[in-house]
Design a binder for this molecule. Structure first.
Ligand SMILES: Cc1cc2nc3c(=O)[nH]c(=O)nc-3n(C[C@H](O)[C@H](O)[C@H](O)COP(=O)(O)OP(=O)(O)OC[C@H]3O[C@@H](n4cnc5c(N)ncnc54)[C@H](O)[C@@H]3O)c2cc1C
Ligand code: FES
Length: 227
């Protein structure tokens, strides 16, 4: 079924498997006719039994599967992490604007579950430099998804590793980290988060202020230029 947004497909999909990576779950879903899209775009995954779907970045796609790295922080994400091979769930995407990968000197900067879109980015760019920050060594197990990444643990901040000439930063992580990157690198591409009801501009649940104007993050973003 074609979705409400150009290029997006909504489909009843099947879980094909899952892996535990530190505190996170890597959920594998049969792609069917759904395209992977551009790294940094997102998908709305509908946890069975819940009213609303939840936005998730695509972690990577391979062998007919879409893979999502999920942090079980609340009821919806916990239901998604509890799914097993063969279970059905509705998937809509790809949605929103992803990273512009046509940059000269990319540098991945991720914090916590913000690592989620970067395996896809790293594969697309052939392994660019990456710096990732995590709360603990247990959380940092997810860094293995981005081979060659430099990893720091709390209390060291990932921004302390930003080089003096911070290149073309692609960042995803908690809001204070994005704000710190924005201050250091005015041209950085930042993947923001907001609670989302629909994912394609219909519910206005994700309105945020961008450049002094209220905009729907699902349509204007989630990746925005810092400046
Ligand atoms: C574009 C986009 C991509 C995302 N990609 C991923 C991903 O790859 N992996 C992943 O684990 N999570 C991702 N998230 C976040 C994920 O969608 C939320 O954690 C999830 O919707 C929470 O649902 P819940 O029912 O488990 O918890 P809820 O009960 O809805 O939320 C638990 C707590 O988190 C807060 N919260 C919920 N959603 C958000 C949000 N989007 N931003 C800030 N605070 C929030 C709530 O206010 C509450 O305090 C993404 C979000 C966006 C917008
Ligand atoms: S999530 Fe519905 S308008 Fe953005």
């Amino acid at each position: 079924m074609t979705g409400p947004v150009t290029g997006a497909t909504g489909e009843a999909a099947r879980v094909t498997g899952k892996e535990t990576i530190g505190p996170y779950t890597l959920l594998r879903v049969a792609a069917g006719t759904i395209e992977a899209g551009v790294p940094g775009q997102f998908f709305m995954l509908h946890p069975p039994g819940h009213v609303l779907p939840r936005p998730m970045s695509l972690c990577f796609a391979e062998a007919g599967e879409l893979c999502f790295l999920i942090d079980p922080i609340g009821p919806g994400t916990r239901t998604l992490c509890d799914l097993s091979a063969g279970d059905a769930l509705h998937v809509l995407g790809p949605l929103g604007n992803g990273f512009d990968l046509t940059v000269a000197h990319p540098l991945i900067v991720g914090g916590g579950i913000g690592v989620a879109p970067f395996p896809f980015v790293a594969r697309a760019l052939g392994g660019p430099p990456a710096i990732l920050g995590f709360r603990s060594a247990h959380h940092a197990e997810a860094a293995a998804l981005v081979p060659g990444a430099e990893v720091v643990l709390d209390p060291v901040l990932v921004t302390s590793l930003l080089p003096d000439d911070p290149m073309d930063v692609l960042a995803c992580g908690p809001e204070p980290m994005l704000e710190a990157v924005r201050r250091r690198v005015p041209r950085a591409q930042l993947a923001w988060e907001a609670p989302m009801g629909c994912g394609y501009g219909a519910c206005y649940g994700c309105v945020v202020e961008v450049d002094g104007r209220l905009q729907r993050l699902c349509v204007a973003g989630p990746v925005l230029r810092a400046a």
